[in-house]
Design a protein around this ligand. Sequence first.
Ligand code: URA
Ligand code: URA
Length: 229
Amino acid sequence: MVIIKEEQQQSLIDIMNSQETAPPREEHRAARAKHEDNRMELDRLKEEALACKRCSLRQGCSQVVFGVGNPGARLMLVGEGPGGDEDRQGVPFVGRAGQLLNRILEAAGIERDEVYIANIVKCRPPGNRLPVQPEIDACLPYLQKQIALIDPEIIICLGSLATKTLIDKNASITRTRGSWHTIDGRRYMATFHPAALLRDPGKKRYVWEDFKEVIKIYHKPENGGSVHE
Ligand code: URA
Ligand code: URA
């Protein structure tokens, strides 16, 4: 049983607004080593994605942003697609939205490198437009293989596109967020995209509600996690 104190309700918003980073935690080191085999499989899949010509997005971006993190992650976060910073660095969620995501993870007691972070599409759409359905369909097999290999217990869909693509094509983010959706034995939680929080900070409290549900499961002692006090 995870007990969240009143003051912790505020902590997400405080930490979201701070620039501090948390010290590394030891709890998940073993889990991280557990699926070392996956790293090779994921590397093979990455090679395939780097050479991908299944849609035209690759012609308009500077590099493929495959995904980053722990191949044995119990928690995976899925965004929309790379933005400008991600396209330059080749890593998902490194721009402003990514920095906010880092603070959300920190507030939830989750280290960024113990989870896995990917996007629905691996190539930046021109001018950061939403990817169109044929681009999503072309790219989705990579994400499906990432999910199958990593086999996370929990997937957090960040924003509307990931929610519609992974949970329900007719889903509305405001109605779908906040409760668990079980698909093929895996738990999915939808929440607002960090970029949406930058536009509308009033949404932060809902994201914290959603992450509280996630950490109830994620930090269960039998899962090797720490109980938040
Ligand atoms: N927004 C996303 O959806 N993904 C990223 O990687 C960065 C910003
Ligand atoms: N609101 C969000 O939080 N994310 C989206 O992607 C769209 C609307």
